[in-house]
Design a protein around this ligand. Structure first.
Ligand code: SAM
Length: 246
């Protein structure tokens, strides 16, 4: 079993679609889908790490043909079980290397999922794989956090992102290697269940360089899907690179 299958296996897939979570609110989904639909135009879209179809299903409902890549059969089974899920083709494999038939006007990788590739080599391979699947003039969109190193005083390596009676969450950073882990503790009846997911954090400028290595050029960078300006205080970014038309 691949590691990502471990991290997004049955135990995560069973509770991934949480209607109460911020990422499942229409405020989070609708602007992303509108942004992606506009960029896809009349072409096809490729979602890397399609998961349970949080973004792919509403995008397909707007008339954009979507194909997905994902390593986790458990996540994809949830997509399949939803209305419209049967219309979306999914290739099971690693999105850094998996080849899919045809070309796309849009490829996208949201919700910090580029960081699931835990080496620089794999992240570079992902850009190259995307570039090979884009039609001339096609675009690649990434939504990812800005690494929170400014929250780390010397000697500290953990940044809490949720502290509550039923859930604790914190990220740990290793600034020497750019490796990072998200730690989650779910508390039920006073007992905690612990999960850790490894990541490789990556800077906007480093992503630009990966794009350049893959023959893509920068087109847009925003703080969010509603095209809010990206500034030195932004905690995340939505970046778009394009494959030259010539
Ligand atoms: C955080 S979920 C995001 C799912 C969906 N894109 C969304 O926005 O809800 C990350 C997804 O990426 C998949 N994934 C992570 N690394 C992957 C890899 N290297 N190749 C293929 N899929 C991967 C996981 O199995 C999981 O379904």
């Amino acid at each position: 079993m691949d590691h990502t299958d471990d991290y997004f296996g049955e135990h995560i897939a069973a509770t991934y679609d949480d209607p109460a979570s911020e990422m499942f609110q229409s405020d989070a989904i609708d602007p992303a889908v509108a942004f992606l639909a506009e960029l896809a135009g009349a072409g096809r879209a490729l979602e890397l790490g399609i998961g349970t179809g949080r973004i792919a299903l509403p995008l397909a409902a707007r008339g954009v043909p979507v194909h997905g890549i994902d390593l986790s059969r458990a996540m994809v089974e949830r997509l399949r079980a939803k209305p419209g899920g049967e219309t979306i083709g999914v290739s099971i494999g690693d999105f850094a290397t998996t080849e899919v038939d045809g070309t796309f006007s849009l490829a996208y990788l949201v919700f910090n999922t580029i960081m699931n590739l835990t080496t620089q080599e794999a992240q570079v391979a992902c850009f190259r794989n995307v570039a090979a699947h884009l039609a001339p003039g096609g675009v690649f969109v990434i939504e990812v956090m800005v690494p929170e190193l400014r929250k780390l005083p010397p000697g500290q390596n953990a940044v809490p992102f949720h502290v509550g009676a039923s859930r604790l969450g914190f990220d740990t950073y290793d600034v020497a290697t750019q490796s990072m882990s998200s730690h989650h503790v779910k508390i039920v009846d006073g007992h905690g269940e612990y999960t850790e997911i490894p990541f490789r954090y990556v800077w906007p400028a480093e992503l630009d360089l990966m794009a350049q290595l893959a023959g893509l050029r920068p087109r847009e960078r925003w703080e969010g899907w509603a095209r809010e300006p990206f500034t030195s205080e932004s905690g995340r970014h939505v970046s778009v690179w394009e494959k030259p038309a010539d």
